[in-house]
Design a protein around this ligand. Structure first.
Ligand SMILES: [Zn+2]
Length: 226
């Protein structure tokens, strides 16, 4: 892979900014893994260790995992040999304290030779009303989970899933106006302070996240340099 290519990447953006989708595309193109804290927690929770049981209990109760534990689990994952060629973090760090703790872990003497420092922080920018429209309009096939949108992407034959021919569609219970607005507020209060932190380190690049998926991923491709 070219020397100048970015390989340790943090993806930031409000809920509904498309960072999960773009993270998956980047992951495939670069051949490196994309993680969210949720993925890691669910993965850990399937184990049999004491820690696994603790994490499972927290998830089941819907509680937040304490910072210290979150960082330790993230660290364990990132330093696995198969992830040392690069990583994409989707929605993590979620708050400033996590960003600082992550830097500390990545720069620790134990890992000094591995070049695990963050190379690039991509911020997907989308206006609030765009996010709200994107989220509250989406629905999915009850059978194969294919995603549709009541304004942008109906099935080609109305009421019949393009992928599996299913005729039943569902919506996620938390895709309501109230929930989206509350998640946007939380993003601004909790996560937005991470943005100037990375900006001061010279790592932040903002990307306009509105528009079709392939247009956004092309902008990201140029920045990442693959
Ligand atoms: Zn379907």
């Amino acid at each position: 892979m070219p020397e100048e290519m970015k390989r340790n990447i943090v993806l930031m953006g409000a809920p509904g900014s498309g960072k999960g989708t773009q993270g998956a595309i980047l992951s495939e193109k670069l051949g490196i893994k994309a993680f969210s804290m949720g993925d890691i927690l669910r993965n850990v929770a399937t184990g049999e260790t004491k820690e696994a049981k603790k994490v499972k209990a927290l998830i089941d109760k819907g509680n937040m995992v304490p910072d210290k534990l979150a960082i330790r689990l993230m660290e364990q994952e990132l330093f696995k040999p198969e992830n040392q060629k690069g990583f994409i973090l989707d929605g993590f760090p979620r708050e400033l304290s996590q960003a600082k703790a992550l830097d500390k872990a990545l720069n620790s003497r134990k890992y000094a030779k591995l070049h695990m420092d963050i190379d690039l922080v991509l911020l997907l920018q989308v206006p609030d009303d765009y996010v709200i429209e994107r989220i509250i309009g989406r629905y999915q096939c009850a059978k194969c989970k294919s995603l549709y949108h009541e304004k942008y992407k109906h099935p080609q034959v109305f009421g019949i899933c393009d992928e599996c021919g299913g005729k039943e569609f569902t919506r996620r219970a938390d895709d309501t106006y109230e929930t989206v607005v509350s998640r946007l507020r939380t993003f601004r209060r909790v996560t937005a302070p991470v943005i100037p932190y990375y900006e001061m380190k010279g790592l932040l690049v903002c990307v306009d996240g509105t528009g079709p998926i392939d247009v956004v991923s092309e902008k990201i491709r140029k920045i990442v340099g693959y």
